[in-house]
Design a protein around this ligand. Structure first.
Ligand code: UTP
Length: 446
């Protein structure tokens, strides 16, 4: 992009101030600023401005909702789901999508969260455990499951380097597809793009909902089409307990011809901070924790169970066709009022002591109302969910390691492997993906 082009497009969109300090910049900074301007999506910025204008007007009262039905398949129904999922895995029709673009600020780890050492014995990383599960799937089903990993500008290079240093954890490297999520600017209350330095636009990631646009833009969707992928398993980077593309989940989703499916688990307690899947005005929807009243969270059924018993930890299946259709639509925006250091009239950088700007994000669950068929599959959280979110306390490395050990010890019990009390255990997912595979190894300790 040339300076003249930048001027034209900025002025046409009421953002001419972005070039205010142009004359004072070094040629390197000028080049970098032009590159940033070239990435601006003015249609999205227009939507942000409209949202800001409407922010003061009272929202329409949300209509009533009911919890969405939850499937708990058992016996021959479960067996049929597993068989269907296995058939799709064997046929190479299943892909895996990981969102790992977040900043992991609560954990406070230097580097991508996926590189965090979580192996109780080996200190192997979250990425190691995730990728070894794909290696295990490839072996089990004699297939090639492609792995699509979304990073962000801040962690893309470090993520790729982590995979390189570890020889892709045994995955064929041509089956690992990195793509970078979008970044966009923040706005002042007046809808102006914020500069955080005289030659630099403040940008932040566009949220995990940005996955869809990034899949399309990066060519990842085209890669899925080329490989004949029909179903895509989606998960987040922080949960090493996740059962990646487990056949029951893949199978129930495919058998019901669902656009999207969600794994849901019983909430720890009425106030656990998880979104819930509901039916509202004839559509499925996710109601975020922050939107629920105490009364809604605490309401019980006649048998004493919670009315909103199940929460979503963002473990999903998507049909390829639904992902493709959704990638072509605009997603709703969510705004957050934040403290952002920005330059003043003179070009000096001023720190904020109160929120002074707006960041915008897209959330993946906003596609839910567009799903014609959706399945909520209940799962046992003790086996599949223990995320690393915080440095300490609940959902921290200590609780995740504890839960991993309990899960693996359960497998060892099934396999008849006695490990002394207190001995740390760790299982490579490519060695055994589940208790049955471990048992089949006939391993003994001692
Ligand atoms: P979280 O909401 O837990 O955010 O992301 P985070 O960035 O990991 O951690 P905090 O909130 O800063 O402590 C849930 C999942 O969504 C991904 C994250 O990488 C994680 O897998 N994510 C989040 C993105 O890929 N992009 C985003 O912009 C935000």
């Amino acid at each position: 992009m040339t300076l003249a082009e930048a001027k034209t497009v900025l002025e046409a969109n009421g953002q001419g101030h972005v070039l205010k300090f142009w004359e004072t910049l070094t040629s390197v900074d000028q080049e970098a600023l032009l590159a940033q301007i070239a990435t601006l999506d003015f249609a999205a910025i227009k939507r942000m401005q409209t949202m800001l204008q409407e922010a003061g007007t009272p929202a329409a009262a949300a209509s009533a909702f009911e919890p969405a039905p939850v499937e708990v398949p058992e016996g021959s129904t479960l067996e049929a789901c597993v068989a269907k999922g296995e058939e799709l895995l064997r046929a190479g029709k299943v892909g895996v999508l990981l969102v790992a673009g977040g900043q992991g600020s609560r954990l406070g780890y230097e580097g991508p969260k996926g590189a965090y050492p979580i192996g109780p014995i080996t200190d192997r990383s979250l990425f190691w455990f995730h990728t070894r599960k794909l290696v295990g799937l490839n072996k089990t089903y004699n297939t090639r499951v492609p792995f699509y990993i979304m990073t962000s500008d801040t962690n893309d290079a470090a993520t790729r380097a982590h995979f390189e240093e570890n020889d892709y954890f045994g995955m064929p490297r041509e089956d690992v597809y990195f793509f970078v999520q979008g970044m966009w600017p923040a706005l002042t209350p007046e809808g102006k793009i914020i500069l955080d330095a005289p030659g630099h636009i403040f940008m932040s990631p566009d949220g995990h909902g940005g996955t869809l646009a990034a899949l399309e833009r990066s060519g990842a969707l085209a890669d899925m089409a080329k490989r004949g992928i029909e179903q895509v398993f989606f998960f987040q980077v922080d949960n090493p307990m996740v059962e990646i593309a487990d056949p029951a989940f893949v199978g129930i989703h495919a058998a019901k011809n669902a656009d999207m499916s969600l794994k849901v688990c019983k909430k720890r307690d009425a106030h656990e901070g998880m979104g819930v899947v509901v039916v509202r005005d004839g559509h499925y929807a996710m109601v975020e924790y922050s939107e629920l009243s105490d009364e809604q969270m605490e309401r019980t059924n006649p048998d004493g169970s919670l009315w909103l018993a199940y929460g979503s930890p963002a473990i999903h299946m998507f049909s390829y066709a639904f992902l493709k259709a959704e990638a072509e639509r605009d997603m709703p925006l969510h705004l957050a009022h934040k403290k952002i250091a920005m330059v003043d009239e003179t070009g000096a950088i001023v720190k904020a002591d109160k929120p002074n700007g707006y960041k915008f994000e897209k959330f993946i669950f906003d596609v839910i109302p567009n799903a014609k068929t959706l399945v909520n599959l209940a799962f046992d959280r003790t086996q599949e969910f223990s995320p690393v979110k915080n440095a300490e306390g609940n959902d921290s490395p200590a609780t995740t390691k504890r839960d991993l050990q309990a899960k693996w010890r359960g497998w060892m019990d099934v396999a008849g492997i006695a490990a002394p009390e207190g001995m740390a255990v760790e299982i490579d997912p490519a060695y055994a993906l589940n208790a049955a595979q471990l048992k089949a190894k006939g391993l003994q300790i001692g």
